[in-house]
Design a protein around this ligand. Sequence first.
Ligand SMILES: NC(=O)C1=CN([C@@H]2O[C@H](COP(=O)(O)OP(=O)(O)OC[C@H]3O[C@@H](n4cnc5c(N)ncnc54)[C@H](O)[C@@H]3O)[C@@H](O)[C@H]2O)C=CC1
Ligand SMILES: O=C(CO)COP(=O)(O)O
Length: 336
Amino acid sequence: MSTPVRVAVMGTGSWGTAFGMVLADAGCEVTLWARRPQLAETVNSTRVNPDYLPGVELPKNLRATADAAEALRDAEFTVLAIPSQSLRENLAEWLPLLAPGTVLVSLMKGVELGSAMRMSEVIEDVAKVGADRVAVVTGPNLAREVAARMPAAAVVACADEAVARRLQAACHTPYFRPYTETDVVGCELGGAVKNVIGLAVGIADGMGLGDNAKGSLITRGLAETARLGTVLGADPLTFSGLAGLGDLVATCSSPLSRNHTFGTNLGKGMTLEETIAVTEQTAEGVKSCESVLDLARRHGVDMPITETVAGIVHEGKPPVVALKELMSRSAKPERR
Ligand SMILES: NC(=O)C1=CN([C@@H]2O[C@H](COP(=O)(O)OP(=O)(O)OC[C@H]3O[C@@H](n4cnc5c(N)ncnc54)[C@H](O)[C@@H]3O)[C@@H](O)[C@H]2O)C=CC1
Ligand SMILES: O=C(CO)COP(=O)(O)O
C-alpha cells in the first residue's frame, strides 16, 4: 500500500473543514490548522466542528491542531482556507514552517484590498514561489452540501498541468469530481466576482424584484466578469465553465451562500451594520466589491453591477436609488 498524501489545511472554517473531509475521503492524511486551540481540541475529541459544520461527523484520517508547525510538517499540499484579506499576514508568519516543495493551494475567492492582487498572486509574492507551486480549487462548492457528501464538480487550476493532475487525484471522491484547468486567472476571477454578483442578486431578491431580474443580473454579471478577465489574460471560455457560470448559478440560487444571504438582508432594508452583526461567516464579496472595482478601474474596464454593489455596501446608497441608476444607463448592444 502506498503512503497517504499528507495535506495541511490552514483554516478550520466551513470550507477548510469540508474540503478537508473531501481530501480525507480521497485517502489523504489531513491536518487542519485552527486559530483557536479549543476548536482543535473539540474537533479531535468529538469528531465534529460545532462552530462551522454542526452535526457533521468528520473522517478518522482528519485531525486538527492549533500548532501551525505541526500542521505544515511534511505536507505535500498546503491548502489555504482563511479569509482573503488575512492571507498575506498569515502566510508571512507560516513561511519558515512550510515543507520544502509543498504546493500552495488557494481555496479563497477574493481580491486583496489595496494591491488588487488575486490570491495566487499574493501567494507568489509572499512565498517567492513560481506559478508551478501554486494551485486553486474553485467551482460550485457550497460547503454544507459538500460536507453532506452531496454531488459536486470543481476545478483544480495550476499553470503546471501535472501539478493540477496530482491535486485532482488527491481530492477526487465518488461525490466530488474535480476537473483540471491551467487558466488560473480566469478561475480566480470567476470565484471572486461571483461573490459580488451573489450580493447583487441577494439584494434584488430581498427587494422582491423577481426572477427576470435575477436572470439578468447573473448574465450581465458574467459578462462583466469575462470583460475584466479577458483584459487580464484569461480565456473567455473559462467563464462558461464551473469556475464561472457554475459557481455563479450555485451562489445566486442558494440560501446557503453567505454572500447571497448578506445581499438579501440588505435588500430587505437592514443596514450594513445590522447585516454584518447577523453574518457569522466570511462573505468575501463585501470587501472584494471594492478591490474588484479597483482592479477594473486600473485596467479601464466597465463593471456596472460591481460598481452598484460597492455603492450600496460602502457608500450607503439606498438599493432603490442604485437600481434606478443601473437601469437608466445609456442603451447599448448586448455584445461589444
Ligand atoms: N464556505 C463555502 O461554501 C466556500 C468558501 N470558499 C472560500 O473559502 C475561503 C474561506 O471561507 P470559509 O471557510 O467559508 O470561511 P469561514 O468564515 O467559515 O471560516 C474562516 C476561517 O478562517 C479563520 N480566520 C478568520 N479570520 C482570520 C484571520 N485574520 N487570520 C487567520 N484565520 C482567520 C476563522 O477562524 C475560520 O477558521 C473564502 O475565501 C471563501 O470565499 C470557497 C468555496 C466554498
Ligand atoms: O463559494 C461558494 C460556493 O461555491 C460559497 O459561497 P458563499 O461564500 O457566498 O457562501
